[in-house]
Design a protein around this ligand. Structure first.
Ligand code: UDP
Length: 502
């Protein structure tokens, strides 16, 4: 389904519109919201991207944005605010909740100051005032409150899948009816039969991880915060989702009963590439169609290694930017990889293995197996890796960006989810889209070894059929005339209409 045309102002000048984009300070969120920011800037809107100091510093250090953005989009500016933590704070994956709590309690005053300050945003009157905020729905109440206070339209962007958003939104209903909380480990395979749009699919173990007994920590209020912030999107004028109609249609039709203006624009990375290559055909623009928004130093040596591997022979392994594991889990996965006898490229972030025994000795058979068939880096150019002809599979933590990147590249997945939306994404990958297998809640070398062989050898043809089909649908959505492409045009018209007070 494509969104109806916005009710207003098709002739409004894009140049007099100014959108402030405000992501949660995490790699996955910043990545997706930057893609959207570029898409709006490509359509000639003024864009201010408001980041935490820390994230901004890392982006400018490790990505090409510092040179690429000013050279490509004269109406795009970055602004920063503090996350309230001291510079020496590690901000590592295992400290994410602490970092987010500090950021949210710290940034409201600064966000307000930035929005009311003429000097900051109008830069000597060269820019129009901000007329629309696109805020990360994970910080839903913050932007909704500011929007109410300043009389400014707010749109929420959820960087998770539509299915996860809808499951989160439906949680209160399940608590009220007594179907939740989850009653211990033995209750994990119970199916929530009447979750609309995903009937008889989602087990308790597929729900957002904060619903689990082990993670229901009332002292930091993660579950109640999740429920509260999700409901706040009802206060936004519209909702943006990084998905596409052919992928999550049934759930989207339920979402639209509560959020009539829900714009699906994804997969955003492919959408941006599609618009950039279209623009470069009609202008002399030389912009590369693979943009990087990375917060980590990319180790490109893995591309040289991949070049030397046979086609469709490598399993790419990465658990995203936040997930952390124990040394025991690391060794179990490592044994599974080596015992599978397949080639593998594994991203091990410097902060990924935590715990007292994080630096123990490594069994010699793992070192030898890795020397023969493996390669490890601290951070990879993931979109490029997935598009490489040597890559045959992706062992992923099922973060939503990684899932979409794998879908677009047509690479089947072994899902090993950790927390948040990853549990439900992996259920959809394995049981709805049939794009791979779900190894949720299992950390066992034998299981992994078998899954690798199923994915890359025994069931390869079956998976290739589904991955090709869904990759084609994804590309169709972001080409001119496709649902995501048209929805972006409609969203831009809607943003323009807000500058006229409609
Ligand atoms: N990523 C990357 N290189 C890596 C690992 C991850 O560029 O070595 C990127 C990946 O392409 C994705 C993002 O980091 O865009 C991770 O986002 P995702 O939503 O998958 O997971 P999160 O990090 O939020 O858990």
């Amino acid at each position: 389904m494509q969104m109806e045309k916005a009710e207003a102002n098709p002739g409004g000048a894009a140049a007099s519109n100014h959108v402030l984009i405000f992501p949660c300070p995490l790699q996955g969120h910043v990545n997706a919201m930057l893609k959207l920011a570029e898409l709006l800037a490509l359509s000639d809107l003024h864009v201010t991207f408001l980041n935490s100091d820390y994230i901004h510093y890392r982006l400018m250090t490790f990505s090409d944005l510092q040179t690429r953005i000013p050279a490509t989009y004269p109406k795009f500016q970055f602004k920063t605010i503090s996350d309230g933590l001291p510079p020496q704070h590690p901000r590592s994956g295992d400290k994410t909740i602490e970092m987010l709590n500090s950021f949210t309690s710290h940034c409201k005053t600064h966000l307000r100051e930035i929005l009311v300050s003429d000097d900051v945003l109008s830069e000597n009157c060269k820019k129009p005032r901000v007329n629309c905020i696109i805020g990360d729905g994970m910080l839903g109440s913050l932007t909704a409150d500011i929007g109410d206070e300043l009389g400014m339209p707010v749109i929420h962007f959820r960087t998770i899948s539509a299915s996860c958003f809808w499951a989160n939104f439906s949680l209160p209903k399940f608590y009220e009816s007594g179907q939740l909380p989850i009653r211990g480990e033995e209750d994990m395979d119970r199916i929530l039969g009447d979750l609309e749009g995903m009937e008889n699919l989602v087990r308790c173990r597929d729900l957002p991880s904060f619903c689990r007994e082990s993670e229901r920590d009332e002292s930091n209020g993660s579950l109640s915060t999740l429920i509260f912030e999700t409901q706040q999107s009802l206060r936004a004028r519209a909702l943006i989702l990084n998905t596409f109609e052919d992928l999550e249609g049934p759930v989207l039709s339920h979402i639209r009963l509560r959020f009539p203006k829900a714009y699906t624009l994804g997969p955003l990375h492919a959408h941006l590439n599609s618009r950039i290559s279209k623009a470069s055909k009609t202008t002399s623009s030389k912009q590369s169609s693979t943009t990087t928004n990375t917060l980590w130093e990319v180790d490109r040596s893995c591309m040289t290694w991949l070049d030397a591997q046979p086609p469709k022979s490598v399993l790419y392994v990465s658990f995203g930017s936040i997930a952390w594991i124990s040394r025991q889990q690391l060794l179990e996965i490592w044994h599974g990889l080596v015992n599978s006898n397949k080639r593998f490229l594994w991203v091990i972030r410097p902060d990924m293995v935590v715990g007292k025994d994080a630096d123990g000795d490594t069994p010699v058979e793992l070192l030898e197996g890795t020397k023969e068939r493996g390669f490890m880096v601290g951070w990879a150019p993931q979109e490029e890796v997935l598009a490489h002809q040597a890559v045959a599979g992706f062992m992923t933590h099922s973060g939503w960006n990684s899932t979409l990147e794998s879908i677009v590249a047509g690479v089947p997945m072994i899902c090993w989810p950790f927390f948040g939306d990853q549990q439900i994404n992996s259920r959809f990958v394995s049981h709805v889209w049939k794009l791979g297998m779900d190894m949720k809640d299992v950390s066992d070398r034998k299981v992994l070894e078998k899954m690798i062989n199923d994915l890359m050898v025994d069931n390869r043809e079956e998976f290739t059929k589904s991955t090709d089909e869904i990759a084609n649908l994804a590309m169709k959505a972001v080409r001119e005339g496709g649902s995501s492409y048209s929805n972006l045009d409609t969203l831009i018209e809607y943003i323009k209409s807000t500058s006229e007070g409609k």
